[in-house]
Design a binder for this molecule. Structure first.
Ligand SMILES: CNc1nc2c(CCNCC3CCCC3)c3nc(N)[nH]c(=O)c3cc2[nH]1
Length: 373
């Protein structure tokens, strides 16, 4: 196994691309959807099941794991892959985004963020240096720069100041990351919805040099139209020969629109979180399994789906176990949603390789209009 990290861009169709990221722990087919395993588990899923859905890579999180069980403990136990029994690639976010959305009593300075744990109120510091050290202890294959993601809406000067702070933090992240063959550090573009600020950020990141580039600062309430407007120019400002990762996205139609605009990787809690709340994604749209109309329905969720929920159970059963709050409900619905998301990615990879992305996209949208879900 070569101790290298590389990206091969294989085919393009319009702005859409398909390729493969090669890491010492395995290959990641792009475009890729990355399930979120916040606290060293994709909730309600065994790692073997996550692999069966088609996921080549999953996400861990610096913020959660530094608080509990701590990165030092995971390191002592052999690293995050061993700890959670996932031997394929792992990407960890740098924790800044989660601090701003989860912890109380935080103070942001040029150095970094001091905050109180949402678990026990203990005091912690996240900075480019501490985030790199935590992600090194976790042993993740793809490390994210420590950045600040400003809440939208915000005025342009606030967006500019925040982006420039993140670029200084990107420089410090690169320096602290050091020389780690087989591991990658990804820069994160900021700049809100402003084309000139996004260009300044992309230029700053390329001057530093990263193995991949994320489009950050989106999926923070701006809405799909504004996000797509930004994606009409932002990915193209980043190096064409490196992976482009859109953070925190999204619903199936967000994902399709992002791939159409040149995004290679995405992560979102939606399929797993929705699985636990009874929201089921199908090619004909969203089914809310809680609805009484499913109580006597013997049909599967989707008779074309390969997942255990669709192969072995009726809507009536899934309705029953959801209403009864049985654990199998979250397991089966999460397994289905993750399978559905991976099948969308596989469909797009094949369509881009065949030069038929537009036809695939039209079919994707037609299926959702079909009705009778
Ligand atoms: C949901 N929308 C959204 N998420 C964003 C995220 C988080 C991506 N998902 C991480 C996983 C979720 C829990 C464990 C790890 C962002 N992260 C960073 N570092 N920077 C962003 O601009 C950034 C922007 C984001 N927008």
């Amino acid at each position: 196994m070569k101790n290298t990290f590389s990206f091969e861009l294989q085919k393009t169709d319009g702005a859409a691309r398909t390729g493969v990221i090669r890491t010492p722990r395995g290959e990641v087919r792009t475009p890729a959807f990355m399930p979120v395993g916040t606290a060293a588990t994709v909730k309600a899923m065994m790692p073997e099941s996550v692999a069966e859905t088609g996921a080549d890579i999953l996400l861990g999180n610096t913020y959660h794991l530094m608080l509990r069980p701590t990165a030092e403990r995971i390191d002592r136990l052999g690293g995050l892959h061993r700890f959670m029994n996932w031997d394929r690639p792992i990407l960890t976010d740098s924790g800044g985004f989660q601090v701003m959305s989860l912890s109380g009593l935080r103070k942001l300075t040029e150095d970094g963020v001091t905050f109180k744990s949402h678990i026990d109120g203990s005091k912690h510091v996240l900075s480019p240096e501490t985030s790199m050290e935590i992600q090194r202890l976790l042993g993740s294959d793809i490390v994210m720069c420590f950045d600040e993601c400003p809440a939208l809406p915000a005025d342009k000067s606030r967006i500019a100041d925040s982006m420039r702070l993140s670029m200084r933090w990107a420089d410090r992240s690169r320096a602290a990351f050091g020389d780690r063959p087989g591991h990658a550090l990804f820069g994160i573009q900021q700049g809100g919805l402003e084309e000139d600020l996004r260009a300044e950020s992309a230029e700053a990141l390329q001057q530093i040099g990263f193995e991949g580039y994320a489009v950050g600062g989106l999926a923070v309430g701006e809405g799909q139209e504004a996000m797509f407007g930004c994606l009409d120019f932002a990915p193209g400002q980043l190096p064409v020969d490196k992976p482009r990762y859109l953070m925190g996205v999204g619903k199936p139609d967000d994902i399709v629109g992002a791939v159409k605009r040149g995004i290679d990787m995405m992560d979102c809690v939606l399929p797993s979180r929705s699985g636990r709340t009874g929201q089921v994604f199908t090619r004909h749209g969203v089914v809310n399994i809680k609805n009484a109309r499913h109580a006597d329905d013997p049909r599967p969720l989707d008779d074309t789906c390969r997942c255990p929920a669709c192969r072995n159970y009726s809507r009536a059963y899934l309705h029953h176990v959801f209403r009864s709050q049985e654990m199998i409900s979250g397991m089966l619905l999460t397994w289905h949603n993750l399978t559905y998301f991976q099948d969308i990615m596989q469909g797009m990879r094949a369509a881009i390789a065949a030069g038929t992305f537009d036809a695939w996209e039209a079919d994707f949208h037609a299926g959702r209009a079909a009705g009778d879900i």
